[in-house]
Write a protein that binds this ligand. Structure first.
Ligand code: 57M
Length: 358
């Protein structure tokens, strides 16, 4: 909205022309999202505590988690609010990529909210039945994928990091593929969200990396120079990604070890979907495997653990997802968190380098 207002004001005050630059609006959106999540954090913690919206802890997990019982959850609502307000204020809301990113993020957040709400009202760790949760996620992803497929000139080709010449056109099958990326990312972030700050750190790093990817993908000259697919209008997602980073940073203030609040499924499902949808819209879907490497490792650890147990009746890890394995091996919680953050930064650098190494 400020973006449109600036057009009106620019005719009288030329200084408002600065709002035309994506980079300036991305910085402003980041500041706004940061302020909102910083300032509303203490209020939300107070409200959640008063209303006893606290975490139920499973008793089969690492013993150290027992002390976390009652920690206010659903802090993801704060991230969503900060992200939504700052994007609506500073991005071009008539841009269909921005709109679809918001629909994917908020839609998945609603599914997560329903799950959190049921866990809290039933006072146990069972929320939505897994089938219903997945159905909700798939429906949101379907709406977004079909809308993208119908955007004229939106390519259904997928590109592969490191192999410049390889492009595969999925045509109508791009719809289930895009859904897989969005729902897969959403669930992988959810699995990662099991230690203080463990999910939000890599989410911020990945969103920051995709802010760069979105900027170059939406910039004809830069895209040509880097020989990556050019997508007109997708540069506007830089503002959205910057808002994700900053809303996450504000939340991290309260989620840092020892956490004063958790994000809940409302946060993890929506943030994962946000990363997935940006990867799809910037035509760098496969790159998400590298940039979101920490989430991939977490999800794979669960897949291997479950498969191994079913086939061999033996576990690969002491407990999955893998962060629990390291807890049981005796690593301290902050050690695991910071080491996983370091990994996410390494993955982001490798991911960014593939833009040039093609
Ligand atoms: C979410 N949620 C946390 C919090 C957070 C298939 C199976 C592997 C699924 C997996 C699972 O349920 N994962 C989904 C994990 C929970 O956090 C809440 O959930 C929200 C995210 N959805 O925002 O509201 C707990 O995580 C801890 N936490 C923190 N700090 C944070 O900032 O410490 C979360 C955020 C919180 C808190 O303790 O209560 C969770 O782990 O439940 N299941 C598992 O992860 C379980 N693994 C398992 O059963 N492994 C098996 C098989 C199935 C692979 C095995 O290895 O044999 C473990 N989870 C728990 N206990 N809690 C095991 C036992």
């Amino acid at each position: 909205m400020l973006y449109y207002l600036s057009f009106l004001l620019a005719s009288s005050y030329s200084g408002f022309n600065v709002f035309r630059y994506i980079t300036f609006r991305a910085a402003m959106a980041a500041l706004m999202a940061l302020m909102i999540s910083f300032l509303l954090g203490p209020w939300l913690i107070r409200v959640l505590t008063e209303k006893q919206i606290g975490q139920q802890i499973r008793d089969d997990g690492p013993a150290s988690h027992a002390t976390k019982a009652g920690t206010p959850t659903m802090g993801g609502a704060l991230i969503l609010l900060a992200l939504l307000i700052s994007t609506l204020m500073l991005a071009d809301i008539a841009n269909r990529y921005v709109l679809l990113a918001l629909i994917a993020t908020v839609g998945s957040g609603v599914v997560g909210f329903a799950d959190d709400y049921l866990k809290l009202t039933r006072k146990n760790s069972k929320g939505l039945p897994p089938g219903a949760k997945l159905l909700g996620q798939l429906l949101v992803a379907l709406v977004v994928a079909v809308a993208l497929y119908n955007i004229p000139k939106f390519s259904t080709e997928i590109a592969f990091p490191f192999i410049k010449t390889l492009r595969v056109n999925l045509d109508i099958f791009y719809i289930p593929f895009a859904m897989l990326v969005i729902v897969g990312a959403s669930n992988a972030v959810n699995l990662t969200d099991g230690l203080d700050g463990l999910a939000i750190g890599p989410v911020m790093v990945a969103a920051g990396t995709y802010a760069v990817v979105a900027y170059v993908t939406g910039h004809l000259k830069l895209a040509e120079y880097l020989q990556i697919p050019y997508v007109a209008g997708v540069g506007e997602l830089t503002v959205f990604c910057a808002a994700v980073v900053a809303a996450g940073l504000g939340f991290l203030w309260y989620n840092a070890y020892p956490a004063q609040m958790f994000m809940g499924d409302v946060g993890s499902l929506s943030l994962g979907a946000a990363l997935g949808v940006v990867a799809v819209m910037t035509k760098n879907e496969i790159l998400l495997i590298i940039i979101g490497g920490v989430f991939v490792i977490e999800a794979l650890s669960v897949i291997f653990q479950v498969a191994s147990y079913k086939i061999r009746r033996k576990r690969v890890f002491l407990m999955a997802p893998i962060h629990h394995h390291y807890e049981l091996k005796g690593w301290k919680e902050p050690q695991i968190i910071v080491r996983f953050w370091i990994l996410s930064i390494i993955f982001a650098v490798i991911g960014l380098s593939t833009l040039k190494l093609r």
